[in-house]
Design a protein. Structure first.
Length: 260
């Protein structure tokens, strides 16, 4: 079993034209007094079967950690692919952040991190930070709702149909990725705290959940589990992004993380 390190990132350098993405939120310093020994799991959730071939998921020998790595290449169309690629599409409403750097043609597009097999929901909440905060089922990175330490507005015009752009390192989502989840209950990905994130609707009810916490999380049965477990949803709130080229902008995840 390879050694794994918490939150090891093989990340691209964000564009110098203020395309680095971060959050100003502070860390909740709530003490965690849980000293009980962590119990391992024996098999991975079937939710991981939904991830594309770009993503490799490995359970540690003792079943307490999950190592996740990805090439960073999404399995859907975008204007950010090379025009010669079969997944390239023209998106006239998008003002590209990079003209000569494409998905698969840059550096640092891969990402990897390790999460607890059973997220710790008894400790402190943690604010989202710069760069990758999760991996989507498509294989691409998930970022938060910030751009260069400020509001996403400044980069909204560069976001493609899936609410993503390349900056010029990793191709990453800021908004609801419509190819993956479009106002529904589909699995979107997993975040750095080991908690899965789903679309705007709840699989248990088929409607928008009304009991979400500040992170967009709640406990219910999903389509991949037989018991009620904590998970996130994309919060059903439209983001005011006037430069965005499509009808509505729904932020994917702003945080904070709950599962540390």
């Amino acid at each position: 079993m390879k050694n794994v390190f918490k939150f090891l990132m093989l990340l691209g350098v964000c564009a110098s034209i203020n395309l680095a993405c971060s959050s100003d939120d502070s860390l909740d310093t709530t003490d965690n007094d849980d000293t009980s020994e962590e119990t391992g799991i024996t098999e991975l959730s079937s939710a991981f079967e939904q991830f594309s071939d770009a993503v490799i998921v490995t359970l540690s020998d003792d079943g307490t950690e999950i190592y996740i790595e990805t090439t960073g290449y999404p399995n859907h169309t975008s204007i950010y692919w090379d025009p010669s690629n079969s997944l390239y599409i023209d998106e006239p409403t998008v003002t590209k952040t990079t003209q000569d750097t494409y998905i698969g043609g840059g550096t640092g597009e891969a990402a990897s991190f390790t999460v607890d097999a059973t997220p710790n929901l008894t400790g402190a909440t943690v604010a989202t930070e710069l760069n990758t905060i999760g991996i989507a089922v498509s294989g691409a990175s998930i970022f938060n709702d910030q751009e260069g330490g400020g509001d996403l507005d400044q980069a909204a015009g560069s976001l493609d149909f899936n609410g993503a752009h390349k900056g010029p390192g990793v191709y990453h989502y800021h908004l609801e990725p419509r190819t993956i989840s479009n106002d529904d209950e589909e699995l979107v990905g997993i975040l750095l705290d080991g908690v899965f994130i789903y679309g705007r609707k709840c699989n248990s009810t088929g409607t928008y959940p009304t009991d979400l916490d500040a992170s967009g999380g709640h406990t219910s049965i999903t389509q991949y589990e037989d018991e009620a477990l904590y998970h996130y949803h994309i919060i059903n709130e439209e983001y005011n992004a006037p430069l965005y080229g499509y009808d509505e902008a729904i932020v994917l995840f702003a945080g904070p993380f709950q599962g540390y």
